[in-house]
Design a protein around this ligand. Structure first.
Ligand SMILES: Nc1ncnc2c1ncn2[C@@H]1O[C@H](COP(=O)(O)OP(=O)(O)OP(=O)(O)O)[C@@H](O)[C@H]1O
Length: 593
């Protein structure tokens, strides 16, 4: 339930910051630009609650779009504290899910776009086969279709409006290849993920009435992490907000743009700031980190910004750890020396994070922590529970409930049922569907209450008793059901990967689990202490980063994202005499005022 009291409290918290307070009550298009820890997300969630309570009469609502499922789940958690749950009045999700559930799903059957009513989302192997057929049909039999597709898919993400001259202008052959690929998918009644916002864009552009219907439903569009959203979202924003009457409230930070490989371009956010019809609000305070860490972060970025800490906040601490030899020794130092030292200083394990560039480095840290008996939880692509997967998170919630959570409703059953309904039916389920799903879920949970099963065996039962029947009736074409099978494989007892169910559920004795995360997955999160692992000369920047000025800048921004996550302590671990040049710049800047 939307709560006036929670809103009043949130508004009161922003009172001391005039820029945040102004943004929250702005009635026109508004873009909040600000650095890390400045309260962008807090401002956005408060503005959203205010709009729902004060500006928009029921049954109209708001849509809130963010980069990935991970960010969407984080936003949902924050909005839940203000009493906002996803439902009829608030859409919260990715641009893909907005396109699918709010545009293609409801309106595709009313307009001629060549999609059958029972279209499906293509699997990776179907996409691969379609690329090969399309290449044959459009280009020929020489060369490697997949090498060429890399360029084609970049173009597909970039040139959203195909009526513009650049679509065929620069490279008509690539345009033919893309069109042949889409024809091949449609022939099989399929769409892929990149299709979703593109199809939605075309539908809205060609049908003013769809734009009006969206405007009636969602008079305000909120966008979080704008810098990470690519051309498709930007074009949708131009169409809906600057040509369609929807009010825009966007937040972002071009310094934290780290998804160029997925089509992100910080220039799109910049371009909004040049519009005369948008109010730009800049936030200057960093509520997260101490002044010394803020100074170090500017050294990490290699540019000056007018960001300051809060008066009276502790300075924060930096420590540098040169380790003889490579990654293995550095991981051992983290497990054997750095974490014990932080614990001695009073940091709880659950407030410490180890950050690194790639999941294979996470394997090394995980092995060292396991050896040292330090509990940890991973949030990278090799994690047992993929943060970006709603199904994986739901499985974890179920494990938490049966291993003790049922006693104090943590998590509450109602939330789990609502997650299950979204997994299976997307946004809308009938009363009968809800009752049947609840009976299945409750039956499974009750039967699991006194279980002595290990995680692997319990997951197998979860798959048999819930995933298999749900998959058959699912209407939610975004759902990746295979995640459960991956989790079963990743707990294989034959490879010594199985673990007690309570451990899987995060119920460990003591002060929690150390967080292991890639820098990309650490975006938007904060920890008391952060250990940056493998900050070697050859990794920050890597040879690949140095290929173009743009990739070098992006690597530096990634480093900056990591350095801006700690509240109180930052440790940098690198090979002795072989540290990243950015470590030196960071150190020097931290010493200045
Ligand atoms: N006005 C405020 N008063 C007190 N604390 C605040 C205020 N605004 C934000 N904070 C706190 O500052 C921290 C950072 O806020 P938030 O996560 O919203 O920042 P952000 O700008 O989205 O960060 P990032 O870009 O690094 O993800 C949070 O702990 C938040 O509660």
């Amino acid at each position: 339930m939307l709560s006036d009291r929670a809103l009043l409290q949130a508004l009161a918290e922003l009172k001391g910051n005039p820029e945040q307070a102004a943004a929250v009550v702005e009635k026109g298009h508004c873009v909040v630009l600000a650095g890390p820890g400045s309260g962008k997300t807090k401002t956005l969630t408060t503005a959203m609650a205010r709009a729902l309570i004060e500006d928009i009469p029921d049954p109209r609502g708001v849509a809130c779009i963010t980069y990935n499922n991970d960010c969407a789940i984080e936003l949902e958690t924050r909005l839940a504290r203000l009493g906002i749950t996803p439902g009829d009045r608030a859409f919260i999700g990715t641009v893909h899910s907005f396109a699918l559930s709010q545009v293609i799903g409801p309106y595709a059957r009313c307009v001629p776009i060549g999609l059958p009513p029972d279209f499906k989302v293509a699997s990776k192997s179907q996409m691969k086969a379609a690329v090969e057929t399309a290449y044959q049909n459009s280009i020929g039999s020489y060369g490697n279709p997949h090498d060429r597709w890399k360029f084609a898919s970049e173009k597909r993400l970039r040139d959203v409006d195909r009526t513009r001259p650049e679509w065929r202008g620069h490279n008509p052959e690539l345009a033919d290849f893309i069109e042949a690929y889409e024809v091949e998918l449609r022939r099989q009644g399929l769409i892929d993920f990149d299709d979703m916002p593109l199809i939605a864009y075309r539908m809205i552009k060609a049908n003013g009435w769809i734009r009006n219907a969206l405007c009636a439903r969602f008079p305000v569009l909120f966008v979080d992490e704008y810098q990470d959203l690519g051309h498709a979202l930007h074009e949708l924003v131009l169409l809906l907000c600057f040509g369609g009457g929807i009010r825009l409230f966007a937040v972002g930070d071009t310094d934290q743009s780290i998804y160029a490989f997925a089509g992100a371009n910080p220039e799109l956010l910049e371009s909004l700031t040049r519009r005369p019809d948008v109010r730009i609000i800049r936030l200057r305070f960093n509520y997260r980190s101490g002044a010394k860490i803020i100074r170090a972060s500017l050294g990490a970025l290699g540019e000056e910004r007018d960001y300051r800490g809060i008066d009276g906040a502790p300075d924060g601490d930096l420590s540098f750890w040169p380790v003889p030899y490579g990654h293995d020794n550095q991981a051992d130092t983290i497990a054997g020396t750095i974490i014990p030292k932080l614990v001695e200083q009073g940091f709880e394990l659950g407030t410490i994070a180890v950050l690194y560039r790639a999941a294979w480095l996470g394997d090394k840290v995980a092995a060292a922590l396991k050896e040292a008996g330090i509990p940890f939880v991973r949030t990278d692509t090799n994690a047992l529970v993929k943060r970006s997967s709603r199904l994986a998170r739901f499985v974890e919630e179920c494990a938490r409930w049966i291993t003790g959570g049922w006693r104090n409703a943590e998590p509450p059953y109602a939330r789990m049922l609502s997650q299950a309904l979204t997994l299976v039916y997307g946004r809308h389920a009938s009363e009968r569907e809800e009752q049947e799903l609840s009976a299945q879920l409750m039956g499974f949970l009750n039967a699991s209450l006194a279980t002595v099963e290990t995680t692997h065996v319990w997951l197998q039962r979860f798959s048999r008793e819930l995933v298999t029947p749900w998959r058959k009736i699912a209407r939610n074409s975004e759902q990746e059901w295979d995640v459960c099978a991956e989790m079963i494989a990743n707990t294989d007892p034959a490879r010594d990967l199985d673990l007690p169910l309570a451990h899987f559920a995060g119920r460990v004795e003591g002060s929690g689990r150390v967080n292991l995360s890639t820098l990309h997955s650490a975006k938007g999160r904060e920890f008391d202490a952060v250990i940056m692992y493998g900050v070697n000369a050859s990794d920050f920047p890597s040879a690949r980063d140095q290929q173009t000025p743009a990739s070098l800048r992006e690597a530096r921004r990634l480093f900056y994202v990591g350095v801006t996550r700690p509240k109180k302590h930052l440790s940098l671990v690198f090979q002795e005499h072989h540290h990243s040049p950015w470590v030196f710049e960071l150190y020097q800047r931290s010493q200045q005022n």
